[in-house]
Structure formats: C-alpha cells, structure tokens
Design a protein around this ligand. Structure first.
Ligand SMILES: Cc1cc2nc3c(=O)[nH]c(=O)nc-3n(C[C@H](O)[C@H](O)[C@H](O)COP(=O)(O)OP(=O)(O)OC[C@H]3O[C@@H](n4cnc5c(N)ncnc54)[C@H](O)[C@@H]3O)c2cc1C
Length: 289
C-alpha cells in the first residue's frame, strides 16, 4: 500500500516545530521514521501533515549532565549503543542490541521509541523502571514528564498532539546498583514476546531496592517492586528467593495471546524472565558495590 496524501514540512528549530504542531493542522512528527513510515504505508496513520524534525538545530546532543545521561530527540539508537557514555546506563547497553536490526537502529531514535509507546518495546520499559525524565516543549512552554507514568495505553502517552519531546534523561549508575535484562523473541530482531529489565540496589550487603519492568505483558510496561520479598536474602539464597515472588507477579498478569504465543505461555515467560533478570541484577550489584 501507499500512504494517503500528506504535506511534508521541514522544521529548523524547536519553536518552529511546535508552531507547526499547534496551528490546527493534523500533524505528526517524523524522527527516524522506523515506526511512522510503516504506519503511513499501511494507512493506520493518516495525518494531514508530517513535520520532519531531522533538521532541528537546537536539540541537545548525547551528553552527561550531573547524574544523568541526556539523549536528545535526534540521537539515534545506534549512536547511543556505540557511545562511551552508554556504560553509565547499563540497561541501555543491555537492551539496545535487541531492538530490531542494526540498520533500523541507525535511523530510529531513542525518543521516537518512547513517543511511539509500543507495549512490546524495550526502551519505554527501561525508561519507566529508571524514572527517566522526558523534556517536552509545547505552545505554552516546556514541561517535564516522568517516564514511569508517561505511557497510558498501547501507543498512547501523556504527550499532547501539539507537543514535541526534545530530550530524555536517564539516571546513571550509582554505587551498589546492578541491572539485569532478559527477553524472548521468535527470531533475533523481532519484537519481544516478553521481556524483563531489573534494577537491584545493595546497601551494606543487603537489598534495599529490587524492581523490574516487564514488557509485552500488558497495555503498558508493568513496573513491580519486589524489595520487601528480597531484602532479607544473601548471595547463596537469592536465586531461589526470587522464584516465588516472580510466580506471584506473573499470576497477576493478563497478557494477550496471539499466533506467536498464548497468554499462558507469555505469563510463564514473564515469571522466568523476571526471576532471571533480578538474579542477574543482584550479581551485577554485588560487583559494583
Ligand atoms: C522491522 C522493525 C523491527 C522493529 N523492532 C523493534 C524492536 O524489537 N523493539 C523496539 O522497541 N522497536 C522496534 N522497532 C521500532 C523502532 O525501534 C523505531 O525506531 C522506534 O519505535 C521509533 O523511532 P523513530 O525515531 O524511528 O520514530 P518515528 O517512526 O519517526 O516516530 C514514531 C512515533 O513517535 C513520534 N515521535 C518521534 N519523535 C518524536 C518527538 N521528538 N516528539 C514527539 N513525538 C515524536 C512520531 O510522531 C510517531 O508517532 C522496529 C521497527 C521495525 C520497522
């Protein structure tokens, strides 16, 4: 299929882009185009106008700022993956290679993935788990949104139609932090059937944070806090201790089944991947503390 007709406009500054998004024409931003172009081609999106932000001159680059890694709206997924800075946010290093294929990541942006809000995508789950901050510009000025509650449904976010995300900032690893990431897909490069990103923090040898974000199991990433279940355990018994709470979490999920995997299969995957990612995160935290 071919897209329905639309006007194509290049913006050269954030203000110009926001002006175009808020002038009453049904407009869609295009960044890497890796999600929008297929939607246009399938006529699942039929905007009157596409606003190309690839020529914006005033967006932040990829850089460290205090305890955060700031990723501007035009920073490609592959650019982050290959950067020196990526090691400061280990979940990005772990997850980015799982997103599609290298060619796709050469164009696709980190911010575009967050804006697109696919419930099976890796980056919205990681951003939610880490409480990343989204920097947004609209006709009334700028505002910040917490990634934890940014997604409100499949392909739905708190972003208004006349707003542009200019950047996202992820907190960098602190002493005692550890991370784990696990996903299962039918073939390498496919969207995950189910995945889990985990974050454990150790203080004086004990677990004082054990959280995970599951994706592919619901309308939005599901962030769970298992700290109270794991706080009393040490290295020898934690791998066992994660099993029961992971089973409980999975039983409470209602993933949709499809031709790639039944609801029950996905629930079972969630249980196993949650336990594994937490165990990896614990071991990683031991190394970093
Ligand atoms: C074959 C294939 C496999 C894929 N596999 C995976 C996968 O395994 N995991 C995964 O997570 N993703 C996957 N993707 C999606 C990919 O990660 C996209 O790159 C990403 O979802 C969108 O980034 P983009 O820069 O291309 O955004 P675009 O396609 O340009 O835009 C996507 C949406 O976000 C909006 N948008 C973009 N930037 C902004 C902004 N700054 N402010 C406001 N709105 C904005 C657009 O209006 C549009 O609605 C796959 C895509 C394809 C085609």
């Amino acid at each position: 299929m071919k897209p329905a007709p639309f006007d194509y406009v290049r913006a050269f500054s954030v203000d110009e882009a926001v002006g175009l998004l808020s002038d009453g024409t049904d407009s869609k931003v295009i960044a890497g185009g890796q999600s929008l172009v297929p939607l246009l081609a399938m006529r699942l999106a039929r905007p009157e106008r596409v606003v190309d932000i690839n020529f914006l001159q005033d967006l932040p680059h990829l850089h460290r700022e205090g305890g955060h890694l700031v990723v501007g709206a035009l920073v490609r997924q592959r650019q982050v993956e290959l950067s020196n800075e990526v090691s400061s946010v280990p979940l990005l290093s772990l997850a980015l290679p799982f997103i599609g294929h290298r060619e796709l990541r050469n164009r696709g942006t980190v911010v575009g993935s967050l804006a697109h809000a696919d419930p099976s995508a890796e980056l919205p789950a990681i951003a939610a788990l880490l409480r990343a901050t989204m920097f947004v510009m609209g006709p009334e000025g700028s505002r910040e949104l917490n990634a934890l509650d940014f997604m409100v449904g499949p392909f739905q976010t708190r972003l208004r139609q006349d707003e542009l995300i200019t950047a996202v900032s992820f907190p960098v690893r602190a002493d005692g932090d550890g991370y784990g990431f696990e996903e299962v897909s039918r073939r390498r490069g496919d969207f995950a059937l189910v995945g889990s990103a985990a974050w454990v923090h150790l203080s004086q040898g004990g677990v004082d944070r054990a959280e995970a974000a599951l994706f592919g199991v619901g309308a939005t990433p599901v962030v769970v806090d298992l700290t109270r279940h794991l706080s009393g355990f040490g290295e020898s018994d934690l791998t066992t201790a994660v099993l029961e709470p992971s089973r409980e979490v999975a039983q409470g999920l209602e993933p949709l089944g499809d031709q790639h995997g039944s609801s029950g299969y996905r629930r079972r995957l969630a249980e196993v991947l949650l336990a594994r990612s937490l165990a990896w995160a614990y071991q990683d935290a031991r190394r970093s503390s």
